[in-house]
Write a protein that binds this ligand. Structure first.
Ligand SMILES: O=C(O)CCC(=O)C(=O)O
Length: 280
């Protein structure tokens, strides 16, 4: 272990972006030296940001952490995956976001709700220590399917994998959420904050979250859209459609919220994707 160093968010982002762009740790260390950083301090900072053992950097065997996979956003207006047509009806560059119509059929929506209903429990959030907690900011009920738990779940996972160019194994289990009038999910990020003590445990398997797909299983009578307050966008919750958005760690444009349901109810299925296979 090495002592924790205070690292500015800008420097952290720069190190992550530079290694993602394909530069190795030696390049990063050299650039930092050229910019006046003490080499010993730079090594601790880079080790901490990239979660590398400091010894690896000292021994000169340093390599940037293996580049995690990224999703590929669908670009064509209609993409046919495994015989199923998905329509891209809205595209945003920052964050990378697509509204996808027809991602699920009506029957798939109905079946998912019926399968999940008996297993619903108060939805939790992950606290800064990495533990699951009841949270006033998230008042809905939810449950998780295991990966490929049922043929329907497996089929949807295969569809998302083909659509986004991301192996099924990089997905967390599908989460079903149910909101009643007044229930909501206040603004939050889906990526895990590297500054929080729980970051290590929650990213130990699968690494960081890199993208989310929120699929709407019904159309609430009023309210319940997904808002992206940083970009002034609200995606209407409509049965069978979805919003997909991808992000880098620290990307504030991906702030989003499940707006309160005003009338009726809201059911969604959420898939979070990780940079590496998510296996427990
Ligand atoms: O309910 C929604 O529209 C958003 C859900 C959400 O933000 C999440 O599950 O992370």
């Amino acid at each position: 272990m090495h002592p924790r160093t205070t690292i500015s968010p800008e420097l952290r982002e720069w190190i992550l972006a530079t290694t993602r762009a394909g530069h190795g740790v030696p390049d990063v260390l050299k650039l930092m030296k050229d910019n006046g950083y003490d080499p010993r301090q730079s090594r601790s900072i880079v080790a901490e940001v990239l979660k590398l053992p400091l010894a690896a950097l000292l021994a000169g065997t340093d390599k940037a952490a293996p580049q995690g996979l990224r999703t590929t956003p669908p670009e064509a207006p209609t993409v046919t995956v495994n015989g199923h047509a998905v329509h891209v009806t809205l595209s945003v560059d920052t964050p990378t976001l697509r509204v996808l119509d027809g991602i699920l059929t009506e029957q798939e929506c109905t079946e998912l709700i019926a399968l999940a209903q008996p297993r619903m429990q108060r939805a939790l959030t992950v606290d800064p220590e990495g533990k699951q907690q009841v949270d006033q900011r998230r008042t809905s009920e939810g449950m998780f399917f295991r990966l490929n738990e049922l043929p329907l779940v497996g089929r949807i996972e295969q569809r998302l994998a083909a659509l986004l160019g991301m192996p099924v194994a990089h997905g967390e289990g599908l989460q079903i959420l149910h909101y009643l009038p007044g229930q909501e999910y206040e603004p939050h990020f889906d990526w895990f904050d590297p500054e929080q003590p729980g970051y290590g445990p929650v990213t130990e398997i699968g690494g960081q979250r890199i993208a989310s797909v929120v699929m709407y299983l019904n159309t609430p009578e009023q309210g319940g859209g997904t808002a992206f307050p940083e970009i002034g966008l609200t995606v209407t919750a409509r049965r069978g459609s979805a919003v997909y958005f991808a992000y880098e760690t620290g990307d504030r444009s991906s702030l989003h919220a499940g707006l309160p349901v005003l009338r009726g109810e809201k059911w969604i299925a959420t898939k979070w994707l990780r940079e590496r296979p998510f296996r427990k």
